[in-house]
Design a protein around this ligand. Structure first.
Ligand SMILES: NC(=O)c1ccc[n+]([C@@H]2O[C@H](COP(=O)([O-])OP(=O)(O)OC[C@H]3O[C@@H](n4cnc5c(N)ncnc54)[C@H](O)[C@@H]3O)[C@@H](O)[C@H]2O)c1
Length: 374
């Protein structure tokens, strides 16, 4: 098959490309090599066997020949920093939504369109995700984002209206959209645009909603996203690891190998058009557990400090219900966090040391009242 990957030079795109090439497919990567991810002077190492078209996805409507006659498209090109999206709103809407619109226009102009278009969406579309009130555990809840007042009072956990603490449960795909950040809203919009266009274009869309992806190849120089890369980069330089809130916020970390397995399975799987499928480990890990495991795996013994600081737009907990991924794609995550972190650290140690930009990223938020003061 001839397969196009937008954002194909990114963390997930490169890993996917290598797997597809290994399976005998012809792969074309479309990527503008965004400096925030690749640095100002990117060293190009295009996965062997693929070709790169350096192009902003927002311009792809002018180049329909890139897509004409291809068999499938993976749409991965995006800006991905949740906190940064809260003040670079036009840029995030531009790249993520307008970029998707441009892709759809390019598809509309094709004489022979691809059969399948697979979108990399995000668990962020669920907002805070699924909860239950332990007093009525049969009823699924989707609490709204925490208010500014609640965060300022360090009320970290989600609560019932009477203040009773709620319990997070696995989030399934039928939970409605409740984006709590601009990034999340753009991912929901990408899904809606793709679903709305697919029948007219005669393409079969699949939506994959990733939890927190990590692993070998993740950018070590983007201070706006990728908690494991950011923590590693700090630890390696002897800088301590600061934890937001009380350090007990949690995320669902899935290794890149398991994400690629899901992306590949979605290529041929017999699925209803537009079906959304979660891809996560299916288990929560607190940020404290993560930092401790990373320090141990990296061997860089640095202090881990709970700061009580917080960022607007962050969620508290969310982890995937993986039943649909198993039933529809046959995906059961294989790489444990311990194994994945060991592999990530071994790879990251072999990479150049990059200046830590996390304090600058936080200062940008503070300057806009989007993070608590020191
Ligand atoms: N990594 C995660 O944890 C995660 C979680 C949920 C969803 N996702 C989604 O997966 C996709 C890939 O994420 P990733 O982790 O590989 O990110 P990444 O930042 O490593 O890669 C994104 C790629 O897109 C390219 N890009 C950015 N703007 C572009 C533009 N205007 N035109 C063309 N290319 C552009 C970048 O240069 C980069 O190579 C994204 O759509 C993201 O929203 C990722």
């Amino acid at each position: 098959m001839r397969i196009v990957i937008t954002g194909g030079m990114g963390f997930i795109g490169q890993a996917l490309a290598r797997r597809l090439i290994g399976a005998g497919h012809v792969v074309v990567l479309v990527d503008n090599l965004s400096p925030q991810i690749h640095g100002e002077l990117p060293t190009l190492s295009v996965p062997e066997g693929s070709s790169l078209k350096r192009l902003d996805v927002r311009e792809i409507a002018d180049q329909p020949a890139l897509l004409d006659g291809c068999d499938a498209v993976y749409h991965l090109a995006a800006e991905t920093g949740t906190a940064q999206s809260m003040y670079r709103v036009r840029h995030y809407v531009g790249v993520n939504e307008f970029g998707t619109a441009a892709l759809l226009e390019a598809l509309a102009a094709c004489a022979k369109r691809p059969r399948r278009v697979i979108l990399a969406s995000s668990r962020s579309v669920y907002g805070e995700g699924a909860y239950v009130d332990p007093r009525a555990p049969d009823q699924m809840l989707q609490p709204p984002s925490r208010s500014a007042e609640q965060l300022a009072a360090h009320g970290w956990e989600l609560q019932a209206p009477d203040g009773y603490p709620l319990t997070p449960v696995p989030t399934a795909e039928d939970l409605p959209f409740a984006p709590g950040s601009v990034y999340a809203a753009t991912k929901a919009a990408q899904e809606l645009l793709l679903r709305a266009s697919a029948p007219a274009l005669g393409i079969k869309p699949v939506i994959l909603r990733f939890q927190n992806v990590y692993g070998e190849g993740q950018s070590l120089q983007n201070p706006y996203t990728g908690i494991i890369s950011i923590f590693f980069n700090r630890a390696r330089q002897g800088l301590g690891i600061p934890l937001y809130e009380d350090g007990f916020e949690s995320r669902d970390f899935i290794h890149i190998d398991d994400i690629v397995a899901g992306l590949v399975a979605a290529l041929d799987a017999d699925l209803p058009d537009g079906l959304a499928i979660n891809l996560g480990a299916g288990t929560p890990t607190t940020v404290t557990e993560l930092a401790e495991a990373l320090v141990a795996a990296s061997g860089h013994q640095v202090p881990i400090t709970v700061t009580g600081q917080y960022r607007v737009g962050d969620i508290r907990h969310c982890f995937a219900d993986m039943r649909r991924a198993k039933e529809r794609l046959g995906i059961v995550p294989q790489v444990s966090l311990a194994t994945g972190l060991a592999r990530f650290c071994a790879w990251a140690e072999s990479q150049p040391v990059f200046e830590d930009g996390s304090n600058k990223a936080l200062a940008e938020l503070r300057a806009r009242n989007l993070a608590s003061a020191e």
